[in-house]
Design a protein around this ligand. Structure first.
Ligand code: SF4
Length: 355
């Protein structure tokens, strides 16, 4: 197992490395004494995915070993399969794919420099495309990439924006023209499909028993993060400073980092906004950015409201999204509590939707 497997544990090579290492996951999970680091990281992976929209390790100084990181992936898949939480599987797969997307885009842009210490640590476009069995379906051309129509249509099956429809595309010799950035989006979709495939898993009973404590711990962390969901007033002027800043960036046409976008969308969904309302508030309706936002919203919401609470102040601070703090910020630890308190204090306010 190597660092590439640790960063991209969904790759075929990572799966083979686990198999070749003859690791007995059941023994690791059921082991006596302290929790194995792979189980610890697996729990963190699921918690981060469902609460923060990313599976990046918490920036608390702890470093996970390569083996723990690689093995935490199959363990996380079992954990998310055991959770009694609608939408958990989809949200988990989306967070894993979003984190992988950030990493492979960075790898493609800055491949390793050939130094012995780093050689092989970066993922190349060819490797990822080959892993998804797309080598025959993706061709690099002078100005863009061509993706064979069949695979293209299956990769965009979750995309709803008109810009992805065949009618909006250049088509030649059975290949659809896409830019480099669009190809990366298609690979993110392919990553998510790979991760979501077979989920939820059918977990053997002895592993289910051995993971019962971890499953309870995860379920209680979602309950702890649950809020009253009584908020039904939309008053952007009373939003916490962090959400005001993210909303302003979206309205200015900036593309938010995935974790920041998740924070904003889950905050808005938590206060009861539906997809159309979020798109209207963000002023993206009718633009190419609307589709990406819709995709994010659909993975954050269930029919009623946000499935899981948006990130806490601590998480927003970790992502440098805690900005322009004011006095109220000193009294709370969660942006939703900030907003609830601000609404309470301001009495009757006009709902933005009634303006
Ligand atoms: S303290 Fe919390 S509510 Fe205030 S800006 Fe920072 S993250 Fe937002």
């Amino acid at each position: 197992m190597n660092s590439l497997h640790a960063r991209y544990p969904f790759l075929t090579a990572a799966r083979e490395a686990v198999r070749d290492a003859n690791v007995n996951l059941a023994e690791i999970i059921a082991g006596e004494g302290d929790r194995h680091p792979a189980v610890e990281r697996g729990v963190e992976r699921v918690r981060r995915a469902l609460l923060d929209g990313t599976v990046r390790p918490v920036a608390d100084g702890r470093r996970w070993g390569t083996t723990a990181e690689v093995l935490s992936y199959p363990i996380a898949r079992m954990l998310v399969s055991l959770l009694d939480a609608p939408g958990a599987v989809e949200k988990y797969a989306s967070a894993e794919a979003g984190t992988a997307y950030e990493q492979f885009v960075a790898d493609f842009e800055a491949p390793d420099d050939g130094l012995k210490s780093t050689r092989g640590a970066s993922l190349t476009l060819d490797t990822l495309v080959a892993d998804f069995d797309l080598s025959e379906s993706v061709v690099e051309r002078e100005d863009d990439f061509g993706v064979a129509v069949g695979p293209y249509l299956s990769l965009i099956s979750d995309f709803s924006d008109d810009e992805w429809r065949l009618a909006s595309r250049r088509l030649s010799n059975g290949y659809v023209g896409v830019s480099r950035a669009e190809l990366n989006e298609l690979l993110r979709a392919s990553t998510e499909m790979r991760i979501a495939s077979d989920l939820p898993l059918s977990v053997p009973e002895e592993i289910e028993d051995a993971l019962s404590e971890e499953v309870s711990e995860l379920e209680s962390s979602f309950t702890d993060a649950d809020f009253s969901h009584d908020i039904d007033t939309l008053a952007p002027s009373l939003f916490p400073p962090c959400m005001k800043a993210l909303l302003a960036d979206v309205r200015d046409g900036e593309r938010l980092a995935p974790a920041s976008e998740f924070s904003l969308v889950s905050f808005l969904a938590s206060i009861g906004l539906d997809t159309d309302e979020i798109q209207a508030l963000c002023e993206v309706r009718g633009s190419a950015r609307a589709d990406r936002l819709r995709y994010r919203i659909e993975r954050v919401r269930d029919e009623r409201t946000a499935q899981f609470a948006p990130p806490s102040c601590a998480t927003l601070q970790a992502y440098d999204d805690c900005v322009n703090k004011d006095d109220r910020c000193e009294t709370i630890t969660h942006p939703l509590v900030y907003y609830e308190d601000a609404l309470d204090e301001n009495g009757t306010v006009t709902d933005w939707r009634d303006r």
